[in-house]
Design a protein around this ligand. Structure first.
Ligand code: PLP
Length: 439
């Protein structure tokens, strides 16, 4: 019996022993093509020598220094790198160890900003249904995924949830994308009015919804309208790019494609590419200045803020992506993947929608294609797909419906940016064989 408290306690996991490019290899020598980057993490694959060297060099020199005593060179250099490339308006970076911590920091920073501005009445949050912002209690309360929240509801603080921008199920047959986006913007406006605009602190959303909906971008213009509404009411916009950021959709930040800039942006996963655990919250100059000129102290912190080795790893990951022009590759491979998925599954009776941006793609599975009927969640289709795909040597990221009947099972694909063209075919072939067996 394993003494590890695994996620699935009744399941025997294969033991991963090595990584080689886009593949993971288990103790039996089986190879798995990592078509999901784990959970949209491993953007450079599993054996990048430059990143490995950077980690070894940093550990040899200085592994870690607590952030209440010192700053470090890799932390400063990584912050400089990110701010030089972030949309105008951001001027500092708060480093943490992962996505949930990045969200917690963003929420607390938003609250402290309003306190220091003399607006203590602003504390309410609005987020969206069918969203995921992490599993710590603040982040879980912010997310609107009914399945993830269900057993912890009594522990969760009160957050309002409005509809996500989810054209496949939300846009009416006789409605244009613009009209749909406008309808959702009005829903947000109404919720703000219902709560009282002077009590609302922030609106939180993923530019491209990842784990809960499966790579769903917004309709054109939606985020611009959201930004206008937030600005009109003095509400902060927090964009969660933990999954969709750091190049995954073909631009460094997914929100660049929406033409909007947030007040706080969270990143993680692709930042360190899995070589080290690291996340961050990008902070607008307005927020940084308000806190700097007020108390001068952010009332929050974790032991591993700005971990020197993690920052050195992330810097090497990001420099490699930039110097090898991998975002252009993400855009090209992403189109190739979408074309292949549409060619293979476009007419599949149980594939309702194929969507996404860059190397962030989703397939929504349906029992009845014409009526978009989801599969019964009790069938646990996603679990069978994951197991069968692993047997076929493929890692993909299937998720179940959200239990509220508003979405069905989907499969998320988020392969490394270093993929070879032939590996796109391997993904589609193995996925095809998997669906053939399960559906
Ligand atoms: N936000 C989004 C959009 C995510 O997809 C995730 C994780 O999947 C998180 C936050 C939480 O990140 P972590 O698991 O690193 O805490």
């Amino acid at each position: 019996m394993s003494h590890v408290f695994h996620r699935q306690l009744s399941h025997a996991y294969p033991t991963a022993v090595a990584g080689e490019g886009a593949y993971l290899i288990d103790a039996e020598g089986r190879r798995y093509l990592d078509a999901s980057g784990g959970a949209a993490v491993s953007c450079l694959g599993h054996s990048d020598t430059r990143v490995i060297d950077a980690i070894q060099q940093q550990v040899g020199q200085l592994a870690y220094a607590h952030s209440s005593f010192f700053t470090t060179e890799p932390m400063e250099a990584l912050a400089d790198f990110l701010i030089e490339r972030a949309p105008a308006g951001f001027s500092s970076v708060y480093f943490v160890s992962g996505g949930s911590e990045a969200i917690e920091a963003a929420l607390k920073m938003a609250r402290q900003y309003f306190l220091e501005r003399g607006e203590p009445g602003r504390h309410k949050l609005i987020a969206r249904r069918q969203s995921y912002h992490g599993n710590t209690l603040g982040a879980l309360a912010t997310g609107g995924n009914a399945w993830r929240r269900r057993q912890f509801e009594p522990l969760l603080s009160d957050v309002s949830h409005v509809s996500p921008c989810y054209a496949y199920r939300g846009q009416a047959a006789d409605e244009s994308p613009e009209a749909y986006g406008e309808r959702l913007a009005m829903e947000l406006e109404e919720e703000i009015q219902r709560l009282g605009p002077e009590t609302v602190m922030a609106f939180v959303a993923e530019p491209v919804v990842g784990a809960t909906l499966g790579a769903v971008p917004a309709v054109p213009g939606y985020f611009k309208r959201v930004r206008e509404i937030c600005d009109r009411h003095g509400i902060l916009l927090i964009l969660d790019e933990v999954m969709c950021g750091m190049g995954r959709t073909g631009s460094l930040f997914a929100a660049e494609q929406e033409g909007v800039t947030a007040d706080l942006t969270t990143i993680a996963k692709g930042l360190g590419g899995g070589y080290q655990p690291i996340g961050a919250t990008l902070v607008s100059d307005e927020i940084r200045r308000t806190i700097a000129e007020g108390s001068g102290f952010f009332q929050h912190g974790h032991t591993y803020i700005g971990h020197a080795t993690a920052c050195a790893a992330a810097l090497a990951v990001q420099r490699t992506i930039e110097e090898r022009d991998l975002l252009a590759r993400v855009r090209k491979l992403g189109e190739g993947l979408q074309d292949r998925l549409v060619e293979r599954f476009g007419e599949h009776p149980h594939v309702g929608d194929i969507r996404g941006r860059g190397l962030f793609r989703g397939l929504e599975l349906v029992a009845e294609r014409d009526r978009k009927t989801p599969f019964d969640p009790s069938h646990k289709l996603h679990a069978a797909i994951k197991r069968t795909a692993m047997d076929a040597g493929l890692m993909c990221y299937p998720m179940g419906g959200t239990l509220d009947g508003r979405t069905g099972d989907h499969i998320l694909l988020a392969p490394p940016f270093i993929l070879e063209d032939a590996q796109l075919d391997e993904i589609v072939d193995k996925l095809d064989a998997t669906l053939e067996r399960v559906l």
